[in-house]
Design a protein around this ligand. Structure first.
Ligand code: H2U
Ligand code: ZN
Length: 340
């Protein structure tokens, strides 16, 4: 008898229309490969060499103000620029390139160098949520911007260039790949069923409770059935809203609360400041209604079985499809049992 808990199988991700291979029988394989150093030394409240601390000069020479709360600035090494001339290169269907305009910003969460979301108070995180809302609205209102991507790389393992608590915002002229896939799937589902993909998915998860990690009045955090990363989490708003700017004041505070709960659970999993990439998928800012779109956040953390062994996306993953060993249900179970 086929059993998801024992037998190799594939799971479908309805948001991206991609599959993940799950190999539950493979968790005990030995590891003699790379060992990560994730235990960061305790950081000082202020680091005179940090590009992001208040009062310090950044790499480009501009000096940060003595900011008391959150602080937003245009990325000094922006990947996208608003003044890029429009153009297109095309040879038949096989060589296609086009100009891309955009704006890249950095958001410092706090003047204090040694904080992380897990170590900030809910009130402090709420100020970060308010800043995200302001930026999403301001950048999204620009006529040439159609997608606003807010994301945080946390920890050296995830490529964060600096331990100071911060995130980035890249606002694009054209919808990037992940947003295009998710928009397509949510829209197809909406047309076919006259209901929202993530609202319907939430209902199933609430019934089974197997993959829930934690919740509050406004949000659920769960390990999705189709999770790729070992301890991947998706945060889904209970109410059908499309963007952070649709949240009420109480819901913004609850978002801050669930972000603190998730990151605290993560830190408690292997007793280290847990590395991850997280980000929000919100209503595209292309001026269209998008009744199908449901606000959510993804946490993609790379650690697998301890603070020193990470999941690699290589080999079969690069050439065929993503694969995981511990099941999403096992991961959810472990995260659920941790203290937040
Ligand atoms: P990451 O830690 O996710 O790399 O984000 C830091 C960003 O900050 C990065 O995109 C920018 C980098 O370009 N940055 C500045 O704009 N000015 C600086 O002085 C240092 C870093
Ligand atoms: Zn700093």
């Amino acid at each position: 008898m086929f059993d998801l808990k024992q037998h190799p199988h594939r799971r479908f991700n309805p948001l991206t229309s991609e599959w993940v291979l799950v190999s539950p029988q493979r968790t005990e394989r030995p590891w003699q490969g790379q060992v990560e150093e994730t235990q960061p030394e305790e950081q000082p409240v202020y680091d005179p060499d940090c590009y992001l601390c208040p009062g310090n000069a950044r790499a480009g020479g501009v000096r940060n103000p003595q900011y008391p709360r959150t602080f937003v600035f245009d990325n000094d090494f922006a990947a996208l620029r608003p003044d890029t001339p429009e153009g297109r290169v095309q040879e038949g269907e096989l060589i296609v390139g086009e100009s891309e305009r955009g704006i890249c910003r950095v958001v410092c969460f706090s003047p204090r160098h040694n904080l992380t979301i897990a170590r900030m108070s809910v009130a402090e995180i709420r100020e970060v949520v308010d800043t995200w809302v302001d930026q999403y609205q301001e950048l999204g209102a620009l006529p040439f911007i159609n997608w606003v991507q807010i994301f945080e790389n946390r920890g050296a393992l995830m490529g964060a260039s600096n331990p100071h608590p911060h995130c980035q915002i890249w606002a694009d002229e054209k919808a990037p790949n992940e947003s295009r896939k998710e928009a397509h799937s949510q829209s197809e589902y909406h047309v076919k069923h006259q209901s929202c993909l993530l609202c319907d998915y939430l209902e199933l998860e609430l019934r089974s409770q197997e993959r829930l990690v934690c919740e509050n009045d406004s949000f659920f955090a769960l390990v999705p059935f189709w999770a790729v990363w070992p301890f991947e989490i998706m945060v889904i708003s209970k109410r059908h809203v499309a963007g952070l700017d649709d949240l009420s004041g109480a819901e913004r505070t609850n978002l801050a609360g669930i972000l603190k709960q998730i990151t605290s659970r993560y830190d408690n999993l292997f007793q280290v400041s847990f590395p991850y990439t997280m980000g929000f998928h919100q209503l595209p800012k292309d001026g269209k209604p998008h009744p199908e779109w449901h606000l959510h956040a993804h946490f993609y953390p790379p650690l697998l079985r301890s603070a020193s062994v990470r999941k690699f996306m290589v080999g079969y993953e690069m050439l065929a499809m993503p694969q995981r060993d511990i099941t999403p249900e096992q991961a959810a179970n472990r995260l659920r049992e941790l203290n937040d």
